[in-house]
Design a protein around this ligand. Structure first.
Ligand code: FES
Length: 177
């Protein structure tokens, strides 16, 4: 009589305990090697993404306008790009400072961030005070603390004038917590 074509010539045999153990070992080994390869290939990418967070920002000079556009005695807000913006920062790379033209040649610039928790302070021209809306911090026009919780004066930026161009040295702003 003819054999059924669907039936295998040799029925599957039972795996021995040693074969099962070897198969499990090889499975674990291949998973381990796969993870190791992924880690080796992924490390440079992770390093590239995280390195800017640990790199010390250089003090970059940023132009904020020409001398002639600033009125003597006026304090105005100027914006510029952060010292070392992260590659993915987008518009958040922009920061600002309060810039005052003191006289023909002298300028002074304060960070906009309150030294308490970093809220942006506002300049009140008539009162000649900086006010922080978050917890009522108040600073005199020279940046020293007048009232409220700020523990220290507003941070000052270094400034220079190059060929009629006012430049601020952008640097990370220390905030007290
Ligand atoms: S953040 Fe300015 S007073 Fe608190």
């Amino acid at each position: 009589m003819k054999e059924n074509a669907a039936e295998p010539a040799h029925p599957p045999r039972e795996e021995t305990l040693a074969e099962v153990n070897r198969r499990r070992f090889l499975e674990k080994l291949s998973i381990g090697l796969g993870a190791l390869c992924a880690a080796i290939l992924g490390l440079p990418v992770v390093g590239f993404l995280l390195a800017p967070l640990f790199r010390r920002a250089p003090g970059e000079w940023r132009s904020v306008g020409s001398v002639s556009q600033f009125e003597i005695g006026k304090t105005v807000v100027v914006s510029f790009i952060d010292a070392s913006p992260l590659p993915w920062a987008g518009v958040t790379a922009k920061t600002a400072a309060w810039l005052r033209r003191v006289n023909d040649t002298e300028f002074i610039a304060f960070a906009v961030n309150c030294t308490h928790l970093g809220c942006p302070v506002r300049w009140l021209q008539d009162a000649r005070l900086f006010m922080c809306p978050c917890h009522g911090g108040v600073y005199y026009e020279d940046g020293s603390v007048a009232a409220g919780p700020p523990p220290k004066p507003l941070t000052r930026y270094r400034l220079r004038v190059v060929n009629g161009d006012v430049q601020i040295q952008a640097a990370p702003i220390p905030i007290t917590t």
